[in-house]
Design a protein around this ligand. Structure first.
Ligand SMILES: Cc1ncc(COP(=O)(O)O)c(C=O)c1O
Length: 391
């Protein structure tokens, strides 16, 4: 009875919910650092995998396992592991696959911070990195050396929405495993493992969660690759948080609906924006003039996603005016929220490149990136048109 204990003891040990006969209809959030273990024998059974159970949340947690298992199934992969952010997941993959003296091939167009991370690995840890045009599979093949341990490509790429030919890249790379950053495509539009990639990566902060309220990353692949990534995740403390995993699991419930909707709206907006005199160029794979229209049509039959970019002839000044005029569409340096947002690659995702590097990739100062949300198409057209009229 409570009266047997002092207030200090009740406070310190409280919060316990007794077992009850009915299951929760939705998974609870296991906000716990550790799990009470029923003796040393059980500890050994759980640690060796003989018995299902959990010990310490940095290693695993039911919410983590639920989210990772869903992503693995959606990607057609054997296993997956989630980390504290997309960058955390990329760190865990790189630590698992490369060491000093190894070689990595990376697409020239990558999320800016991923490129920056690879440069850091090169300068600080002596991992050699060769940046290659992802639209040129032969160049990927030519870059392979006996020391090459991993190749990385982003598909659909940020910010020009280019679609790489994954099967051709896999063929050119031979034995070298390919990791695809599939953040923009999601498993609804493309399943890279079925196309021969060994690993698929997501910033789950984006579409997998889909509501702009989570930081999370995930990598899927075969058991042995993911076991290594998981070891690095736990060892270097890049584990995800139960609450974030729970939110992202909930986000996944509507992923197919959201991807279908944003793909449809983005395609309509791309068609519309390219008719406007204030817009110099629109980048969206459905457009016949897009560099990778043919590959996209062949490789993304379910749609091209919710991301598009457009160029304003007036450069940074025009972008600043547009952002000010967009009253309800916020400038938010993320993507894949339920609401439409705009971003500025030169000042955010690709800020860490030199102006010359950006120019060589076709990212200029007038480029605006639009993350199309779930709003009504007519409302979005009207808002964009009204704002562009100030230019
Ligand atoms: C394509 C892509 N990859 C990786 C990342 C990094 O993910 P996070 O921000 O979750 O660390 C981002 C973030 O914007 C991204 O857009």
């Amino acid at each position: 009875m409570d009266t047997e204990f002092s207030g200090e003891t009740i406070c310190a040990r409280g919060g316990w919910v007794p077992k009850f006969a009915t299951q929760t209809s939705n998974p609870p959030i296991y906000m716990t650092t550790a799990f009470d273990v029923d003796g040393l024998e059980q500890l050994d059974d759980i640690a060796s995998g003989r018995v299902a159970g959990y010990i310490y949340t940095r290693d695993s947690n039911p919410n983590h396992e639920a989210f990772a298992a869903d992503v693995a199934r959606l990607e057609g992969a054997e296993a997956a592991v989630a980390c504290a952010s997309g960058m955390g997941a990329m760190t865990a993959v790189l630590l698992a696959h490369v060491k000093t003296g190894d070689h990595v091939i990376a697409a020239k167009v990558l999320y800016g911070r991923t490129g920056q991370m690879l440069n850091q690995l090169q300068s600080q840890f002596g991992v050699e990195v060769t940046f290659v045009d992802a639209l040129d599979p032969a160049a990927f093949g030519q870059a392979v050396t006996p020391r090459t341990k991993l190749a990385i490509v982003e598909n659909i790429s940020n910010p020009l929405m280019e679609v790489a030919d994954i099967p051709a890249l896999v063929a050119a790379l031979g034995e070298v495993p390919l990791l695809v950053d599939s953040t923009f495509a999601t498993p609804v539009l493309q399943r890279p493992i079925e196309l021969g990639a060994k690993l698929v990566f997501h910033s789950a902060s984006k579409y997998l969660n889909g509501h702009g309220d989570v930081m999370l990353g995930v990598v899927a692949g075969n058991y042995s690759a993911i076991r290594k990534v998981r070891q690095m995740m736990a060892l270097f403390g890049m584990n995800s948080n139960p609450m974030e995993c729970w939110l992202a699991s909930r986000g996944l419930r509507t992923l197919p609906l959201r991807m279908a909707r944003v793909s449809q709206t983005a395609q309509e907006l791309a068609n519309y924006l390219r008719t406007l005199p204030q817009v110099a160029r629109v980048f969206y794979p459905s457009l016949p003039e897009h560099t990778t229209h043919a590959a996209a049509t062949r490789l993304l039959p379910a749609g091209f996603g919710g991301m598009l970019s457009f160029e304003l002839p007036g450069g940074r000044e025009s972008v600043a005016k547009l952002f000010k005029a967009l009253e309800e569409i916020p400038f938010s340096p993320t993507l894949a929220d339920a609401r439409t947002t705009v971003s500025y690659p030169t000042g955010t995702s690709h800020k860490f490149m030199s102006a010359a590097e950006r120019a060589s990739l076709g990212i200029n100062d007038g480029l605006v990136r639009l993350s199309v949300g779930l709003e009504d198409l007519a409302d979005l057209k009207r808002e964009l048109q009204t704002a562009l009229n100030v230019l």
